[in-house]
Structures are given as C-alpha cells and as structure tokens.
Design a protein around this ligand. Structure first.
Ligand code: SF4
Length: 320
C-alpha cells in the first residue's frame, strides 16, 4: 500500500480581474501520483509550473480546491490534518528565512519537541536535539549558536534536523538545494539520501533542474503549467524521455561525454511559460513545442501509459 496517494488534486487561486469578475490561476490542475514508504518522487519543472503548490497543498498549507489526499490509508482534510502534522514535514528552499534568527540552533530544533509534548524535561529535549543534529552531520558545539553563524549548507542541515524531530514518515523537500552553491548541493542531497535509507523516509523532492533530482529519485514527474506531462522511474526518464518538454529540459543539462552530447536529440525551449490564468487551448505546451500540429491546439492530450510505469501526455508520445 502506498504511504501517500494523491488523486486528481486541484488548487486554483482566485484573482479579481475587475469589480465583478474573478478569474482563477489553475496552479495545480488534476494531478495524481503515489509514493511508497522509503521512496522518492522527484518533481521538476520551471518556476510557476505548480510544483511547490502541490507540496504545500498536500500538507494543507493551502486548502485543496478538489481531489483527494490519502496518507497511510486515511483521507486528509482540514479537520484531521493536525493529527498527521508530526508525520508529514516540509523543508523549505531558503534556510535563512525559514530559521528564526533570534533563536539558538538548540531551540530551533527543539521547538517541535516541546510543541508535541509539554511534559518533556529539558534534559530529554537536549538529548533528542543532539541526536537530530548528529543525524545531519552537526554536533554539540553548534547547539548554542545562531543561524547567521552558519553557512547555507549548514543552515539547510539545521532545517532538516528540525523536520526530523517529530519522526516523520514523509517530507516535502521544496527546492531544498536551489539556494545553495553547486558545490554544496551534492553534500546536502547526500544528507537526504542517507536519511532516507537510515530512517525509511519518503520524499516529494521538488527541483527545477533534472540534474538535481537524478540520484535521489526512484521516480520522476515532470510538470508544466499545473499538469503532470510525464512520469516514470528515474532511470527510464533519462534513457527514454518521451515528452517534448522533458526532452527540452534534459537537453539543458550539460553532458561531459561529447559523443553522448552529439547524439542526444535537442529541443531548445524558447519564450516564457504562458500566463497560468489564461493557458493555451489544447496542449498547454504547444506555444513552445517544436512538434506542435493543429490537433495540439484543439484537443488536450490524454495521459497515456507508453510502457510499464511510464506515462506521458502528448498526442505524439513515442512517435516524435
Ligand atoms: Fe507538443 Fe503537441 Fe505533444 Fe503538446 S501534444 S507536447 S504541442 S506535440
């Protein structure tokens, strides 16, 4: 059984366009996926495609507009989500703004413990905090320091330690390495990978770059303007990408081997992501797709299974 199942999830944000008219930004528009215990779904796409909104809607930081979220066999709602908060955590992109600058690291990491149990003694809390810090590669010396005394990578480790304090089964990692130097990104991803193996954690790992999610993900979903356009096991996505958008994202990743690079099909992405309040008719990617035909403007492509566990939403999947 899946730990988390998301079925036809929708999140629309109302926008007042005139005195009497409200339009909607369909940030997430009918997304479905599931994640098993100890597994990772990487979610990629450009800024504004809805991936962070999915993470926040799953945790009810945003109220869903439609669809259902099942966690450990139970349907989540705004009335029961508080019972699952400790088991479902989030690590944000910017560790600097998500850590209170006036609190010591000991207090930041220990705060969720105190919220969970007011009866816990100071000594017990300190032990828990220390264990969490050790798990992410920090130590006792760091307990009484403040966030500004740490590097970006260390601050993100502190955010991870705080998320772990309540012993979650599932963590939304919302672009956790995007704000870090490339040299530090791999170290922080390694922390996530080690914790996943040690604690059997499930992640929804959000990034805008396919190279970031490659090694941590078991499965990858590619999003474009609120829709999941392709989803499959991670290796399969890099070997046999089927959707023109995925191929375009992959061609943006530099390949060290010149032969592989020469033989790789390239689709260059031009222009910006269209306004989500007024997305293109038919296939939402058609205004930037070099394979677009008349049918692409007329009919929205269905999600098709093109091989076992590999789905793609394009009229010409497998025939490009
Ligand atoms: Fe491109 Fe048409 Fe496929 Fe959309 S449906 S990705 S526009 S070929």
């Amino acid at each position: 059984m899946s730990l988390l199942s998301v079925n036809n999830l929708k999140k629309y944000f109302p926008v007042k366009t005139s005195l009497f008219r409200t339009s909607y930004v369909k940030a997430v528009d009918g997304i479905s996926f599931s994640i098993e215990k100890g597994r990772t779904l990487g979610l990629v796409g450009e800024s504004g495609c809805g991936k962070s909104t999915i993470g926040r809607t799953i945790l009810f930081l945003y109220e869903p507009t439609g669809g259902e979220i099942i966690f450990d066999g139970n349907k989540l709602s705004s009335s029961n989500i508080s019972s699952y908060r400790s088991r479902m955590q989030i690590v944000f992109q910017d560790p600097y703004s998500s850590l209170n600058p006036r609190m010591t690291i000991g207090d930041i990491v220990g705060e969720p413990v105190s919220i969970q149990s007011s009866k816990i003694s100071r000594k017990e809390r300190a032990e828990i905090v220390l264990n969490q810090l050790k798990l992410v590669g920090l130590n006792t010396d760091h307990l009484n320091r403040y966030p500004h005394e740490f590097s970006g990578g260390q601050r993100q480790r502190i955010s991870i330690a705080r998320a772990l304090t309540t012993h979650p089964d599932f963590i939304v990692c919302d672009e956790p390495v995007s704000a870090l130097d490339v040299s530090i990104q791999a170290q922080v991803i390694n922390v996530f990978t080690e914790l996943k193996q040690k604690l059997e954690l499930a992640y929804l790992f959000i990034a805008h770059d396919l190279s970031v999610v490659r090694h941590i993900s078991d499965e990858i979903g590619v999003m474009y303007l609120g829709k999941m356009v392709e989803r499959c096991p991670a290796d399969e996505l890099y070997k046999n990408p089927a959707h023109p958008y995925t191929i375009a994202l992959l061609s943006a990743i530099p390949v060290p081997d010149p032969e592989v690079s020469r033989n790789r099909s390239r689709i260059l992405l031009t222009g910006d992501v269209p306004n989500p309040m007024n997305p293109p008719s038919g296939c939402r990617f058609r205004t930037r797709c070099s394979y677009a035909k008349n049918i692409c403007a007329e009919q929205e492509p269905e999600i098709k299974e093109i091989s076992a566990g590999h789905t793609c939403a394009c009229h010409f999947c497998g025939n490009l």
